[in-house]
Design a protein around this ligand. Sequence first.
Ligand code: ZN
Length: 162
Amino acid sequence: MPKVDVPQGLWLSCDACAKMIFKKVLEENQRVCPECGHHYRVDARTRIKQLCDPDTFEEFNAELVSTNPLDWTDSKPYEARQADARQKTGLTEAVLTGRAYVKGRAAILAVMDPFFIMNIGLDAIKASAPTEAPFRPNQRVSIRYCTVTNNAKNNAGPARRA
Ligand SMILES: [Zn+2]
């Protein structure tokens, strides 16, 4: 059988079914394998693009980050884990919050990023979404939470302003 040259980086082998998937097709299918239905992790910014009307997302409370009042440490200090996650993701916290339009309707969003430290930021969600004023007084908006979990312990503390 003649060798077929496949351009590197355009295809991947599905983690679940091992079939070859064209990456562009995976992205167009919102990161769900078209062969077996396996759902790949979606980072917060991609999730926001998938959900919101184009260019309508305005982040707020970006300076709100989790604290460590219990002085939590496992194999490495919590603050070091946060620093690693910030460098890896470009986010300040596990949750992105903001306002946007979804199919033309005003919405407040809190979107967790699965590539940050899982299960932190819940306090930041609680603290950030309700404190932000809606688009204008008395305007009806929906509040949407996109959460992720890996059943890890929740080692987050109350949120603070950075
Ligand atoms: Zn698959």
